[in-house]
Design a protein around this ligand. Structure first.
Ligand code: GTP
Ligand code: MG
Length: 321
């Protein structure tokens, strides 16, 4: 079956009946989930319900930004504000049976029975491709990391695989100019893409995004999901909204990954949780069901393990379907 079908099914699962009986959840997810429950148990009640997002945003932003030097797992998220309608409910889960504890911290993502092995044991750089047609041609599933220049795509790749410089990062926008494939556990790919919205790259290396989107997103049959990275330290940017809109219109499965959630403003300006809430509100109209979203920081590691767990459930569903 075409990938588009897979993605559409994943995306519309909040209303659809599961297509098949999911496999029993592997023990790893239970353990990981237990850890999250324990974290939640140490938390204090949050504030009033947010207007739009299910917003664990509020509670986790506090945890994420508390101390950039601390590892993420050490931060203590507060109790999520639980808004059932805004959750991303994966295949194999009945919305009516979802409880607060099933939602990953700092996200709207419910963990379901497809969540499984999320540990990265091995990662290797495979190749850099200048054109979509040069990308690896095997059948392994892949996740594409997309976002504005400088949003933190390469940093997220490094954080996910726990290697400092497997993907090259830079303070200057436009560092990544080719499609980089990294093979994880010899079974799936993370793909670091050039950023959009960077006009100053030399013509010789500048990505033609319109040709690229047609060539890659619409034709890449092994694309499980796009991780659309959005900088939580700045208010919503039109170019990100346009990208989210385009992906939504083309029914390409995606997860919003909010980056730089450790960057809290000392005085003026919105905090990451406010920026995230505005962004989600603005993108609501693009989707029939809420896409998954999650807060991260490549500096503290916040959200890393939870994002990997979410990716495992998308991947396992994709592979088993
Ligand atoms: N505080 C903070 N800084 C970050 C985070 N993620 C990335 N950065 C910084 O943001 C800058 C850009 O990071 P990159 O990972 O190179 O960004 P990119 O999206 O790959 O950029 P291009 O390849 O140019 O498109 C670097 O200076 C990073 O150290 C984060 O979570 N928190
Ligand atoms: Mg990069």
């Amino acid at each position: 079956m075409l990938l588009r079908g897979h993605l559409a099914n994943i995306r519309s699962f909040t209303t659809a009946v599961p297509m098949r009986t999911p496999p029993p959840a592997p023990p790893f997810s239970c353990l990981c989930f237990r850890r999250l429950l324990l974290q939640a148990a140490h938390s204090s009640p949050g504030g009033s319900p947010a207007a739009v997002a299910p917003t664990n945003v509020k509670r986790v932003a506090a945890g994420a930004g508390a101390s950039p030097a601390k590892p993420a797992a050490m931060s203590a998220p507060q109790t999520p504000e639980f808004v059932r309608e805004n959750l991303f409910v994966p295949p194999g889960v009945d919305l009516d049976e979802v409880t607060e504890e099933m939602v990953l911290p700092g996200s709207n993502i419910v963990v379901g029975p497809y969540a499984g092995h999320a540990q990265i044991k091995q990662v290797e750089y495979v190749k850099s491709s200048a054109r979509p047609s040069d990308c690896p041609k095997d059948d392994r599933p892949e996740f594409a990391i997309v976002g504005r220049s400088n949003v933190g795509k390469s940093s997220l790749v490094n954080a996910l695989v726990r290697k400092k410089e497997i993907a090259l990062t830079s303070k200057k926008p436009g560092k990544t100019q080719v499609i980089n494939h990294f093979l994880v556990n010899k079974s799936w790919y993370i793909v670091d893409l050039p950023g959009y919205g960077f006009a100053n790259a030399p013509d010789s290396v500048r990505m033609d995004w319109s040709a690229f989107t047609k060539g890659y997103f619409l034709k890449r049959k092994t694309l499980v999901s796009v991780l659309l990275l959005v900088d939580a330290s700045t208010p919503p940017q039109q170019i990100d909204l346009d990208c989210a809109n385009w992906l939504g219109r083309n029914d390409i499965g995606m997860t919003f990954v909010f980056t730089k959630c450790d960057k809290r403003k000392a005085k003026k300006g919105n905090q990451p949780d406010e920026n995230i809430r505005s962004f989600l509100q603005l993108t609501r109209k693009y989707y029939k069901v809420p896409p998954p979203w999650i807060m991260t920081s490549s500096v503290t590691g916040f959200g890393r393990d939870d994002l990997l767990l979410h990716m495992s459930q998308l991947r396992n569903y994709w592979e088993n379907y």
